[in-house]
Design a binder for this molecule. Sequence first.
Ligand code: NAD
Ligand code: TYD
Length: 344
Amino acid sequence: MVTVLVTGGAGFIGSNFIRFMLDSHKTYSIINLDQLTYAGNLENLRDIETNANYSFFRGNICDRSLVERIVSENNIDYIVNFAAESHVDRSIKDPEIFIKSNVLGTQVLLDAAQKYNLNKFVQISTDEVYGSLGSTGYFTENTPLSPNSPYSASKASADLLVRAYYKTFGLNVNITRCSNNYGPYQFPEKLIPLMIYNAINGKKIPVYGDGLNIRDWLHVNDHCSAIDSVLQNGKIGEVYNIGGNNEKTNIDIVKTIIKILSEKLPERDISESLISFIEDRKGHDRRYAIDATKIDQELGWKPQIVFEDGIRMTVDWYLNNKHWLNSIINEDYRNYYQKVYGGL
Ligand code: NAD
Ligand code: TYD
């Protein structure tokens, strides 16, 4: 039995990763450590919670004694660290928690990995650590780190700590840096689920600035298979970029979602008139684009889901899981929305 400690496994990507691993590796045991912040939701794991190879601990990755207890008592072989504050807009309003969870929390996990001599520590990072591109070029693993938001600065800091534990202590590590993910169970503060929720509820669709910022979108299942490849076969100490080779402007994404929804729900008046261009996000990165040649050539990984299919499957998922979406729209969420979007 191989035992993997997944942190942040009740969030968007973590929950998809746990489901992916339980499906792909029947002899793996997965332990999920998650604090259940506003973004953590055990509903994301309802279908697998009774799987004999899965168990859950509620707790903070900054809690050293808890982390050490879980690692030492469960024969953990690997840690895959997803746990983080993950939303740029929240990091602009309140950066401190990003430093605590994303930086200090990562250090606690690294210490435990080192103390108990684990096989490998995989840090789930982001392309945002590289900063922003102009209209040409791609991020490679050698692009200098140049983060612009408190979120990306906290992720870059964590990456540097992971590197330091490899160089100084010889800890077996990998870092993955993926582009924007989309798919089921994404919290409706991020672009795609927020646009879907607002459109089906006849609410304004807030687009920052001119809507021409570019992101490289990857289906979450493809991200999960890439992480699994790195976990199994990634060369120790290496960074792997993960991307979809799928650059879209934000306004393109929004119009695509509106078009799909207007076809699926003709009785609702879903049209581009819902779009509202609002004041730009502070420090808004213009373009992200990943060069994923290294993971392709070294590990044979390629994305499998084409965007046109993936976005339709995703819209269908949110339409079929309205109770999931609606259960998230509570007072906390409304306060957040008011804080970021004002009266919109
Ligand atoms: P998410 O916000 O949906 O989930 C984060 C999870 O971490 C939640 O379940 C939350 O409860 C948990 N968590 C937060 N702080 C914690 C703490 N201190 N201790 C324990 N648990 C804690 O985020 P996501 O979109 O699933 O992202 C997961 C990881 O992937 C993050 O590290 C993020 O930086 C990275 N990433 C995300 C994307 C993306 O497009 N969403 C792209 C590249 C990388
Ligand atoms: P987001 O999903 O927050 O991911 P990230 O900022 O980490 O890339 O945003 C994706 C893009 O969509 C980004 O350029 C900001 C833009 N955006 C809007 O225009 N309006 C919104 O309400 C949100 C949440 C994002």
